[in-house]
Design a protein around this ligand. Structure first.
Ligand SMILES: Cc1cc2nc3c(=O)[nH]c(=O)nc-3n(C[C@H](O)[C@H](O)[C@H](O)COP(=O)(O)OP(=O)(O)OC[C@H]3O[C@@H](n4cnc5c(N)ncnc54)[C@H](O)[C@@H]3O)c2cc1C
Length: 431
């Protein structure tokens, strides 16, 4: 049995490792065009900022793969022939598979902007993007970052670390306010401005202008303003990396369509991670999950299926964390930018404007739905347990200390939160 995995990111590699653990005999090959070895994509920014070297981002020593008989193939898959179970690589070689896992991740969105392919204009996803960013930002003074998501703010921070002035174009009314509730979006927007990033809200990219050498020299915004710059970061989201599947017979929509077992429409072909799209996602759940931990969880479920124990993928409580410059962000449960009709929420913000807390709950039953933490850390296992067991928001806020990180050493903001909550509800403190 030859199990072939396309993609050596967290999803592909988790599959390879888990399948090897379950089956010492299987032949396992992992193909990637990006890098020989698995590395942590989430650490790309730290390489640019000089905090880490590429070598430090590899979770396994290079000998690990040979020792575990996982064959690494450096190459780009051009075509999948599902009829005869073959793959063709760009270098002309062919590989036969018994079972195929497609874990090809995402690629940055490009929306057909005039000038989007000029020198000095790029997204940030791969090692190659990082190298190109290194080259094209060397010695420059001003950059524009287009699109206010998590990668956009990372790129802005990277550029600032090299003393490059940044203009940040955001289509929304405040940074990431399509995901964060208005108060959190406003807090982060103020924080961005404090860092001397020129945040232009409700502003889109219209055109990128070239100099005489085919390199970006300025951009024009949707408001008609021309901004001089020597680099443009395109960070308006990512989409599944699936163009090479066009004539394969594997059904796709935005991503590769899979059921809850991560099976595609073709027998023995599976997809997982950023490139997969669930045909029937649960209500309020995204059909495409583009996170590190969801890729890992999908791969864990899929490895069991491949190893003979057909297993449904269950994500559990939604969780995400990030850093907006100096402010850490954690979210647990499904908190949307706008409350659903049957929901209410309690928001607390520290007077310093850098720390905030939100608990969202069902209006009628007061059942806890989720938390947002900014500038605070909370234990994931406690948040998950509370949300899963549907405790009331009152009980949760009364017991916040239980999940507080370093409760003995950090400031006990949970007391201020409880006081503020008590003052605005009929909730009574219970000792
Ligand atoms: C800068 C940045 C920061 C991020 N930060 C966070 C974070 O803080 N938290 C978080 O949860 N998520 C973060 N993410 C998202 C996270 O990295 C992704 O969700 C995750 O890496 C997806 O893993 P994957 O294994 O599905 O795909 P990928 O990591 O994209 O791996 C897919 C691999 O397949 C290769 N490939 C694609 N097509 C082919 C082909 N045809 N032939 C051969 N090889 C191919 C690609 O080159 C790539 O190496 C970040 C992403 C970026 C870009």
């Amino acid at each position: 049995m030859h199990i072939v995995i396309i993609g050596n990111g967290i999803t592909g590699i988790t599959c390879a490792r888990n399948i090897r653990k379950a089956d010492p005999e299987a032949e396992i090959s992992v193909i990637s065009s990006e890098s020989e070895h698995f590395f942590s994509r989430t650490a790309l920014m730290y390489i640019y900022m000089g905090h880490m070297k590429y070598e430090h981002t590899k979770p396994y020593e290079d000998w690990f793969w040979k020792k575990n008989r996982i064959k690494l193939i450096r190459g780009h898959v051009r075509y999948i022939g599902t009829e005869f179970k073959t793959l063709s690589l760009v270098d002309g070689s062919m590989i036969h598979y018994s079972k195929l896992i497609i874990a090809t991740g995402s690629k940055p969105n490009k929306f057909g902007w005039p000038g989007q392919d000029l020198k000095g204009v790029q997204g940030l996803y791969s090692l190659q993007d990082l190298e190109s960013m290194n080259v094209h930002t060397s010695g420059i003074e001003h950059a524009v970052v287009v699109g206010g998501g998590l990668i956009g703010i990372e790129m802005a921070e990277m550029l600032l670390s090299r003393n490059i002035q940044v203009t940040f174009l955001v289509r929304e009314k405040a940074y990431w306010d399509n995901v964060l509730p208005a108060e959190e979006a406003s807090l982060i927007s103020r924080h961005i401005q404090k860092h001397h990033i020129n945040l232009l809200v409700e502003t889109e990219l219209k055109e990128i202008i070239s100099d005489e050498n085919g390199r970006v020299k300025s951009i024009i915004t949707s408001r008609g303003e021309e901004i001089n710059c020597q680099f443009v970061g395109l960070t308006a989201g990512v989409n599944p990396n699936i163009d090479f599947l066009k004539d394969s017979g594997i059904q796709t929509n935005k991503g590769i369509l899979v059921n809850e077992f991560l099976e595609t429409n073709i027998q023995n072909v599976f997809a997982a991670g950023d490139c997969a799209e669930f045909r029937n996602p649960k209500p309020n759940h995204p059909a495409v999950e583009q996170l590190w931990y969801t890729g890992k969880l999908q791969a864990e479920a899929l490895s069991k299926t491949i190893s003979g124990k057909r297993t449904v993928y269950e994500r559990g409580i939604w969780f995400n964390s990030a850093k907006f410059l100096d402010i850490e962000y954690q979210t647990y449960g499904l908190i949307f930018s706008k409350l659903n009709q049957d929901e209410a929420s309690f928001y607390w913000e520290h007077p310093n404007g850098q720390i905030a807390f939100r608990a969202t709950y069902k209006k009628a039953s007061r059942e806890l739905i989720g938390f947002n933490f900014l500038g605070l850390r909370f234990r994931q296992n406690v948040a998950e347990r509370w949300i899963n067991s549907k405790i009331s928001v009152d009980q949760a806020i009364r017991n916040l200390k239980e999940g507080w990180f370093d409760a003995e050493f950090s400031k006990p903001h949970y007391i201020e939160i409880l006081d503020a909550f008590s003052a605005c509800t009929d909730f009574k403190k219970v000792n």
